[in-house]
Design a binder for this molecule. Structure first.
Ligand SMILES: *Cc1c(COP(=O)(O)O)cnc(C)c1O
Length: 225
C-alpha cells in the first residue's frame, strides 16, 4: 500500500478508537487533511485513499491547488484570514474556520451574498490566552457568535481552536475540555462543528468532544520548514 494510504489507514483506526472512547461512532468525526506545503499530486493520493476534506492555511496556496483539484473535496480555510482576501476565500472555501472578528464575518457575508452563497464559518478561540495566537478570548465567544448570527451571508457552524504546543498531549486536555464546555453553550443551530486536535493531540481532542480534527503530519509526513 502506498505510504499516504497506509498513514490514513492507521490514522483512521486511531480516530475510530478515540471516538469509541468518547461514546461516538467513527463517522461522527470529520477528518480534515491539512495540506499546507503539500503538492497537488500528494493531495490526489489522499483523496483517492478516502479523504473528503482538506485544510489550507493560505488563500493563494489554496487557489493554486483548487485550480488543479477542483471542488470535489470540501475546502477548509484553517489559517488566519486577512479581510482583503475575503473575496477570494469565498470563491474557494466551504468552511472558513478561523474567524475571530465581527468585521471579518461582515466582509465574508458581503462577498458571499454577491455570489449567491452562504459562507459557513467557525469562530476561532484562543483557549490558552497566549499573546501570540489569533482568536478571541473564550469570554467573548458567545457574544461574538450572537452578533455574527445577525450578519447576512454567513452562518456560524461552531468553534475551532489550536491548543498550545505541549510535549505531552495529555497537557492539552484541560484546554480541549474548556473549549467543549464553551461549544455546548452555543445555540443549537450553531453547534455543528467543534474543530480541535492536530497530529500531536487529536486523540485527546476527540476524547474531550471534538468532532472535527485537522491533521497534516500524520498523513503526509513532516513538512519542509
Ligand atoms: C498545520 C496545522 C494543522 C495540522 O498540523 P499537524 O501537526 O501537521 O497535524 C492543524 N491546524 C492548523 C491551524 C494548522 O496550521
Amino acid at each position: 500500500m502506498p505510504e499516504i494510504a497506509e498513514n490514513l489507514k492507521a490514522l483512521n483506526q486511531r480516530i475510530a478508537a478515540a471516538a469509541g472512547r468518547s461514546g461516538r461512532r467513527p463517522d461522527e468525526i470529520t477528518l480534515v487533511a491539512v495540506t499546507k506545503t503539500v503538492g497537488a499530486s500528494q493531495i490526489r493520493k489522499a483523496l483517492a485513499a478516502g479523504v473528503t476534506d482538506i485544510g489550507e492555511n493560505y488563500v493563494q496556496e489554496a487557489i493554486d491547488k483548487y485550480l488543479q483539484i477542483g471542488a470535489g473535496p470540501r475546502w477548509h480555510m484553517i489559517g488566519h484570514l486577512q479581510r482583503n482576501k475575503a473575496k477570494h476565500a469565498v470563491g474557494v472555501f466551504d468552511l472558513v474556520q478561523a474567524v475571530d472578528s465581527l468585521e471579518l464575518a461582515e466582509e465574508l457575508g458581503k462577498r458571499a451574498l454577491t455570489v449567491g452563497k452562504t459562507m459557513d464559518i467557525l469562530i476561532e478561540i484562543n483557549v490558552s490566552g497566549e499573546e501570540s495566537k489569533f482568536g478571541i478570548k473564550p469570554a467573548q465567544a458567545l457574544s461574538l457568535a450572537s452578533r455574527i448570527a445577525q450578519v447576512e451571508g454567513v452562518r456560524v457552524q461552531g468553534l475551532m481552536s489550536m491548543a498550545p504546543f505541549m510535549d505531552n498531549a495529555e497537557e492539552t486536555r484541560p484546554y480541549c475540555a474548556a473549549l467543549k464546555a464553551l461549544w455546548d453553550r452555543l445555540p443549537d443551530e450553531q453547534r455543528r462543528f467543534l474543530s480541535m486536535g492536530m497530529t500531536q493531540d487529536f486523540e485527546v481532542a476527540i476524547e474531550e468532544g471534538a468532532n472535527m480534527v485537522r491533521v497534516g503530519t500524520a498523513i503526509f509526513g513532516p513538512r519542509r520548514a
